[in-house]
Design a protein around this ligand. Structure first.
Ligand SMILES: Nc1ncnc2c1ncn2[C@@H]1O[C@H](COP(=O)(O)OP(=O)(O)OP(=O)(O)O)[C@@H](O)[C@H]1O
Ligand SMILES: [Mg+2]
Length: 274
C-alpha cells in the first residue's frame, strides 16, 4: 500500500474545476440590480416597479426589466399596451413614466400562457439583456420570477449583476424560501444588497398595528445570514389599487407615506453605488 494519491485524469480535473462563465454587462446601464425572493406573491413586482420610480424621483435614470417570462407583471403594473419597435437587430424599450421598460408581455398576448422550456427562457433573457437599446441608465431593476430556477441562474452566471434585493413577507413559509434564495445568490457570487420586509403589518381604522404574517422574521433572517436589513413596508390597499390601475403609488401619489418609504429604499440603494 502507498499513501500516494492517484493523479486525476485531465477529464476528471476539468470536471472538478468550477466552470467559469463570461459575465456580459448590459450595455446602456451602469448597474443592474435584481429584485428577487424564492417565494411567489410576496410583492417583488410591486417593489421593483415602485423602487424604479423612486430612484427616478431622486434623480437617477432607470430601466425596468421584467424577467418573469411565465408571469410578466410590468405591462399591467405600468399600464403598457404597446409593442416595442425593432430595427430587425434590437428592440427599443417602451418608455413610460420616464422609465425604460421591457417585458415578454409587450411581445405576446397577455392572456396567452408561455409554454416554454428552460432554454427558451434563457434565450429570452439574453435578448432582453443584450438586444435591447437600453440608453444612458444608472440602474436597471430586474423583476425576477419566483423560485431559484433558470432565470436566476442565467442572470447570476451570464450577466454582470451588481446586486440583489430580497423581498419577503415575515411569514415562516416565505422565510424558508428566502433562506434558499440567499444561499443561491451567495453560491453564485451575486452580492445581496439587503432584505426587505413587505406586508410587515397593517394599521386598522382603530390605529392598532396588526401583524398579519408575524413580526420581525425578515430582520431576524438578515441578522442570521449577516445581510443588511433594508426596512419594512406595511400592507396598504392603496399599493395594490395603484398597481392594478397601472400607476404605481410612487408615481400616483409621490408624497404618500408609502411612497416616502420607497424613496428611503431608493436613497439607500443609490448611496451604495454613487
Ligand atoms: N405592501 C403591500 N400592501 C398591499 N398589497 C401589496 C403589498 N405588496 C404587494 N401587494 C399586492 O400583493 C400582490 C402580489 O404582489 P406582486 O405581484 O408584486 O408579488 P410577486 O412577488 O411579484 O408575485 P409573483 O411571485 O407572482 O411574481 C399584488 O396584488 C400586490 O398589489
Ligand atoms: Mg412578480
Amino acid at each position: 500500500m502507498t499513501d500516494k494519491k492517484p493523479e486525476l485524469s485531465a477529464a476528471m480535473k476539468s470536471k472538478a474545476e468550477p466552470r467559469v462563465f463570461k459575465k456580459n454587462p448590459i450595455i446602456g446601464t451602469k448597474f443592474t440590480i435584481a429584485v428577487s425572493s424564492a417565494k411567489g406573491g410576496v410583492g417583488k413586482s410591486t417593489f421593483a416597479t415602485n423602487l424604479a420610480l423612486a430612484l427616478k424621483q431622486i434623480g437617477c435614470k432607470v430601466g425596468l426589466l421584467d424577467a418573469d417570462i411565465y408571469g410578466p407583471s410590468i405591462p399591467k403594473m405600468f399600464g403598457i399596451n404597446e409593442k416595442p419597435k425593432s430595427d430587425g437587430q434590437k428592440l427599443d424599450p417602451i418608455i413610460k413614466y420616464d422609465i425604460q421598460c421591457m417585458s415578454i408581455g409587450f411581445l405576446t398576448d397577455q392572456q396567452t400562457p408561455m409554454i416554454w422550456r428552460g432554454p427558451m427562457v434563457t434565450s429570452a433573457i439574453k435578448t432582453f439583456t443584450q438586444k435591447v437599446n437600453w440608453k444612458d441608465l444608472d440602474f436597471i431593476i430586474v423583476d425576477m420570477p419566483p423560485g431559484t430556477g433558470d432565470t436566476q441562474l442565467t442572470f447570476s452566471q451570464e450577466i454582470k449583476m451588481d446586486g440583489a434585493i430580497i423581498v419577503s413577507t415575515p411569514q415562516e413559509v416565505a422565510l424558508l424560501d428566502v433562506k434558499r434564495g440567499i444561499k443561491m445568490f451567495d453560491k453564485l457570487g451575486v452580492k445581496i444588497l439587503g432584505l426587505v420586509d413587505n406586508m410587515s403589518y397593517f394599521i386598522g381604522d382603530d390605529k392598532k398595528e396588526y401583524n398579519i404574517f408575524g413580526k420581525g422574521g425578515v430582520k431576524k433572517t438578515a441578522t442570521e445570514f449577516e445581510k443588511e436589513f433594508l426596512g419594512e413596508i406595511p400592507i396598504n390597499p392603496e399599493i395594490g389599487i395603484s398597481g392594478d390601475e397601472g400607476i404605481p403609488i410612487v408615481e400616483k401619489i409621490p408624497d404618500h407615506k408609502i411612497s416616502k418609504i420607497y424613496i428611503e429604499f431608493a436613497n439607500k440603494i443609490k448611496s451604495s453605488f454613487f
